[in-house]
Design a binder for this molecule. Structure first.
Ligand SMILES: CC(C)(COP(=O)(O)OP(=O)(O)OC[C@H]1O[C@@H](n2cnc3c(N)ncnc32)[C@H](O)[C@@H]1OP(=O)(O)O)[C@@H](O)C(=O)NCCC(=O)NCCS
Length: 134
């Protein structure tokens, strides 16, 4: 199994939408859909990575570092490929990239369901939580 983590390309769009849909992470297409992906790709503060196994896209992670805080906004692994270390590899790579950019800390936007994974990869629950205007 040849795993590769690389920068997002526009040709990845459809397969990523499919992965997000399978994981019920596509509730807001205006936030996570093709047009948003294009904007994120062009944003210099953003890191947007895709994991490929034998040529098939199986996972995605994205986040941004604005010179102060780095935050991972989205992580999703194809259901058929979960529990094989792909989520861990994606988090390691984006954290490395943020550190190379100078980020002192990295936070992540997570759901209660995802917490065991995040704790396994070295993140801990903080007192801060997310509020939204949606
Ligand atoms: C959460 C998610 C990204 C994890 O990706 P993954 O590739 O399956 O994770 P890994 O294989 O690297 O898991 C590493 C460890 O995390 C823990 N872990 C992962 N998924 C878990 C789960 N569903 N329940 C409990 N622990 C879990 C385990 O300890 C696992 O090690 P193990 O398989 O040896 O027991 C993936 O399950 C996913 O995309 N889920 C749907 C979307 C989602 O919840 N995204 C995160 C939003 S917060």
């Amino acid at each position: 199994m040849a795993m590769m983590i690389r920068n997002f390309e526009l040709s990845d769009t459809d397969s990523i939408v499919e992965i997000l849909k399978m994981n019920s992470q596509y509730g807001f297409p205006e936030v996570d859909g093709p047009e948003a992906m294009k904007r994120v790709k062009n944003c210099s503060a953003a890191i947007f990575l895709v994991c490929e196994i034998d040529g098939e896209n199986v996972g995605v992670v994205r986040g941004n570092y604005d010179g102060s805080r780095a935050i991972i906004h989205q992580l999703s692994v194809h259901p058929a490929y979960q529990r094989r270390g792909i989520g861990t590899a994606l988090v390691k790579e984006i954290v490395n990239r943020f550190q190379q950019m100078g980020a002192p800390t990295v936070s992540a936007m997570v759901s209660e369901k995802g917490l065991p994974f995040w704790e396994k990869v070295g993140f801990r629950k903080t007192k801060a939580f997310l509020v939204g205007n949606w």
